[in-house]
Design a protein around this ligand. Structure first.
Ligand SMILES: C=C(OP(=O)(O)O)C(=O)O
Ligand SMILES: [Mg+2]
Length: 562
């Protein structure tokens, strides 16, 4: 049997599947036969068991995961919740129903508070499920434990699950939900886990099914033959060889340079990015530093973080994005309003325009960080700081941002092209912006009107769609006419075949998760600029994302040099 989904990267894996337990059904609201005191004793034992289990798992995982799990252990013993449960038991609710209701009540309160508190609602659901599982004596939800490596099959992954993935054990990931730019996909790519998301039929895979997961083809093959397994193992070995190829600068076969940059969320990833041959940073997502903050970070706090990042990339270019709050990246201090359609709401530059002081503070911190690094550096060690704003719609947004950036002393100021309107008026935007960086994740979401977090429309969330590629082509042309650079920093840049097409459309730099650099470097080196342009023409002439991908893969196999 062959199942289809959206592959993340080009990874390949052969192994047995193990399912993540399904969420437990809602406990029935019936009068309990046991006495409230008996039920309360059972609940207290379950709470203690779950808290101890979460703490033990936290200690094992260490780092950030330990903080997440420690906070969850505290939730399991929260006195307000325990009192609420006891009260419900006194009204003759069953133990699991009382737990379910008390947690659901607390969850609704958190959701009403919005922002950071609302973000914790998922963690609370997870704790509630664990307690109910303990009361029923069934397996707790979450990543299953196993002594041998396995391919994880899940509906989708919660943040706490993803933080805890043991890479020595989880050798592949298949999810029913999620599109190519969902956080599960971004995490899988950054950890180099072969993954396929949005797989219809994934829920029917029994534990222990031997499968070949081929992310490049977007397929899961069950019951593979011996020769199919041998072929897959040969390809896995070939990929390992690519990963250890020399770290040359990104370039096409004819020598055209295409600098390969890293997407980072903090300076912690700098070492890994440099080791993978990143020629700089093409997208520093500053909001990742402050996701948990309840108030705007001070200039001093920001300065420390930015300086750390800039020092790590001495002698190279670092493109910093100012805070991109809203929708999939909520920052309670910037946009706390509940919106019907947050992806179409006050996010990115719009949220910053509404809180201008936060933007001017951030620009000031960036300018100070650049001076701190460069004032005492020799010319070869100076970092080149570029700053850009997210979700720019038109030249009005551009002029607003660029003038504030210049006032703050930022020398190179540009914008992200993520809203389709920015491509349509790219010539006007280039009159002011020093550069454009295309965020293909959001550009795809808005061009196809397909929520990037929703599995049901994952088939539309595909940057191979000729409509998206035509917009990229418009931006590429406008950049060339203006003599200014056009980068791509969305997930599309991490897809090797698509990366070549983007260059053919006029893109001059590519930025991606460091784990994708080796594959993209190898693929660029197989094509000349003329070939990349030919592939781009084939892609934009296709009538669907799937046809564009097939046409390019076919042509590229025929063209490949060496
Ligand atoms: C790079 C992008 O930004 P983010 O994924 O952080 O929204 C994008 O939208 O492509
Ligand atoms: Mg974006």
């Amino acid at each position: 049997m062959l199942l289809h989904g959206v592959g993340v990267g080009r990874g390949l894996s052969v192994g047995s599947t193990l399912r993540m337990p399904e969420p437990l059904p809602e406990p029935a609201d019936e009068i309990s036969q046991a006495s409230p005191a008996e039920e309360f004793a059972r609940v207290k034992a379950a709470l203690a068991h779950v808290a101890a289990d979460l703490e033990a798992r936290g200690e094992k995982a260490g780092g950030e995961a330990q903080d997440v799990l420690g906070a969850q252990a505290l939730m399991a013993q929260d006195p307000t919740l325990v009192d609420d449960i006891e009260e419900r038991l006194a009204n003759h609710k069953s133990a699991d129903r009382a737990v379910f209701e008390a947690f659901a009540n607390f969850r609704d309160l958190l959701l009403q508070m919005g922002g950071y508190m609302a973000e914790r609602a998922t963690d609370l659901d997870d704790v509630s499920q664990r307690i109910i599982a303990s009361l029923r004596g069934v397996a707790a939800p979450g990543v299953p434990e196993s002594d041998t490596p396995f391919i994880l099959v899940a509906h989708d992954l919660a943040p706490a699950d993803t933080a805890l993935l043991d890479l020595a054990k989880v050798i592949g990931l298949i999810t029913r939900e999620g599109g190519p730019t969902s956080h599960t996909a971004i995490l899988a790519r950054s950890k180099s886990i072969p993954a396929i998301v949005g797989v219809e039929g994934a829920e029917g895979l029994p534990d222990g099914t031997l499968v070949i997961l081929d992310a490049g083809a977007g397929t899961v093959r069950t019951a593979p033959s011996t020769s199919e397994i041998e072929q897959a193992n040969i390809r896995i070995a070939e990929r390992l060889a690519v990963a250890s190829a020399p770290l040359t600068p990104g370039a096409l076969a004819d020598g055209t340079l295409v600098p390969l940059l890293a997407n980072l969320g903090s300076a912690d990833g700098a070492e890994e990015a440099l080791a993978a041959g990143a020629e700089g940073v093409g997208l520093f997502r500053t909001e990742f530093l402050f996701l948990d903050a309840t108030e705007a970070p001070s200039v001093e706090t920001q300065l420390r973080e930015y300086e750390r990042m800039l020092r790590a990339f001495a002698g190279k270019k670092v493109v910093v994005r100012v805070l991109d709050a809203g929708a999939d990246k909520p920052l309670s201090f910037l946009n706390d309003e509940k919106e019907e359609n947050p992806a179409l709401g006050l996010r990115g530059i719009r949220a910053l325009r509404a809180s201008e002081q936060i933007l001017t503070d951030q620009l000031a911190a960036l300018a100070l960080a650049e001076s701190a690094v460069n004032d005492s550096a020799s010319p070869g060690e100076r970092v080149e700081l570029w700053v850009m704003a997210p979700m720019i719609a038109d030249s009005d947004d551009t002029e607003y941002f660029v003038s504030l950036a210049r006032e703050a002393g930022i020398r190179v100021a540009g914008v992200m092209a993520e809203v389709p309107s920015s491509a349509l008026v790219a010539d006007q935007i280039f009159e002011t912006a020093d550069f454009v960086s295309i965020g293909t994740n959001d550009l795809t979401q808005y061009t196809l009107a397909a929520d990037r977090l929703l599995g049901s429309v994952a088939n539309l969330q595909d940057p191979w769609h000729p409509a998206v590629l035509r917009l990229v082509g418009m931006l590429g042309r406008a950049g060339r006419n203006a003599g200014k650079p056009v980068g791509v920093c969305g997930e599309a840049a991490a897809d090797p075949a698509l990366a070549v097409v983007l260059v053919g459309l006029g893109v001059t730099t590519l930025s991606m998760t460091p784990a994708a650099l080796a594959d993209v470097r190898a693929e660029l080196a197989r094509h000349t600029l003329a070939e990349a342009q030919e592939l781009a023409r084939a892609a934009i002439a296709a009538t669907s994302a799937e046809r564009a991908r097939t046409a390019v893969l076919r042509l590229s196999a025929a063209n490949a040099v060496g």
